[in-house]
Write a protein that binds this ligand. Structure first.
Ligand code: SAH
Length: 346
């Protein structure tokens, strides 16, 4: 018991401190960790929960990520693309539902040239007072520059794991250094920059998760999204999952609990980062996943604003929550959930 109290009182957590915290399983010790994270969240970020309305505007993707249902070789998935008018209309819907920020997310879809993306940003910005977050993958520096100039404010690009070997397994056609370089460029250009990881990947070690948490700090990441890895049967990584399960084969931890631990430790290490209670966590525990994360370090929720007809098709993983709902339903539901734990939706 003394050990966890000592660790939590430290000014700065080392990698081995973080690994030790990830191994904690006693409910009494875990409560101390969660309480500490919640105190820091309250002190540094207040009781407001920031809402970001997410618009999933295309499920086409050129990448081969071995965990994701949108991967290019997945021929089982029916593909869709929203045209500019639909995207702008969805942004209007988000604005009318009082979202202050929208997140425009898609697979890596080259159909949306930089010119098209500029038009989308320009039209939305000229019509509405709303913050635009983009999440459209890796692009050349010049394109990020133009997005920023035209008025995009934030950018999300998760590094997914800092374990290079695992990264390669997850992204056979991608390069870890390039991903990190994109994050550095985005920071340099003045984007409020988001990264994040999946938790519970087959062959993921606790050491690598500690590295992830320290990397967020090193890169001064502003928004940190962390959710459970949800196995998708139509993807190659599924076989590894069947063979090894979550994490390295010798670690058998409760995945949902691990996500809360990682959220809490991330809050303790990155005091002022925006940390969402992710949709993937709500998929693992629809009743209480997001609420619980909000009381253990998180301060952001990203409700879906995508039109109902497209929701089921943005199937990055199976059984995603809120795919039958309308944007209005999600707005009301999330408001209630946030107020139910005594917090203030913003
Ligand atoms: N193309 C964009 C957006 C990716 S989709 C980009 O490259 O940044 C958004 C996120 O979904 C990914 O970053 C990943 O963290 C998450 N995701 C994909 N498949 C998943 C799975 N099987 N389980 C959990 N999260 C997954």
């Amino acid at each position: 018991m003394a050990t966890i109290v000592n660790v939590l009182e430290k000014e700065e957590l080392s990698k081995s401190d973080i690994v030790n915290l990830l191994h904690v399983t006693s409910s009494c010790e875990l409560q101390k960790l969660y309480d500490k994270a919640d105190q820091i969240r309250k002190k540094c970020m207040g009781d407001q929960v920031h809402l970001r309305g997410i618009i999933e505007f295309s499920n086409y993707c050129a990448r081969w990520c071995t965990y994701c249902g949108l991967r290019s070789p997945n021929i089982e998935l029916e593909r869709y693309r929203m045209c500019i008018d639909e995207i702008v209309e969805t942004a209007r819907k988000a604005h009318s539902l009082n979202y202050k920020t929208i997140v425009l997310q898609s697979g890596e879809d080259n159909h949306y040239t930089i010119e098209l993306i500029e038009d989308i940003i320009r039209i939305i910005k000229s019509e509405m007072d709303i913050i635009i977050t983009l999440s459209v993958g890796e692009r050349p520096e010049k394109e990020y520059e133009r997005m920023k100039e035209i008025g995009a404010n934030r950018y999300l690009l998760k590094h997914e794991t800092s374990d290079r070997e695992l990264y390669k397994k997850l992204h056979p056609d991608m390069d870890f250094d390039n991903r990190i370089n994109c994050l550095k460029i985005l920071k340099k250009l003045g984007f409020e920059t988001g990264s994040g990881i999946m938790i519970g990947l087959p062959n993921q070690s606790f050491e690598s998760i500690a590295d992830d948490i320290l990397l967020f700090k090193e890169l001064n990441i502003d928004m940190i999204g962390m959710g459970p890895y949800i196995p998708h049967p139509g993807t190659p990584l599924y076989e590894d999952y069947l063979k090894y399960g979550h994490f390295t084969p010798d670690i058998d931890y409760d995945l949902e609990e691990m996500v809360y631990k990682v959220v809490s430790i991330t809050r303790i290490v990155n005091n002022t980062a925006h940390i969402p209670a992710t949709t993937a966590l709500a998929t693992t525990n629809p009743a209480k996943g997001r609420e619980t994360a909000l009381t253990r370090g998180a301060n952001v929720v990203m409700p879906n604003v995508t039109d109902r007809k497209y929701r089921k098709l943005y199937e990055i993983y199976p059984s995603k929550v809120c795919t039958d709902e309308k944007p209005e339903d999600c707005r009301v539901c999330i408001d209630k959930r946030i107020r139910s734990i005594g917090r203030i939706p913003l």
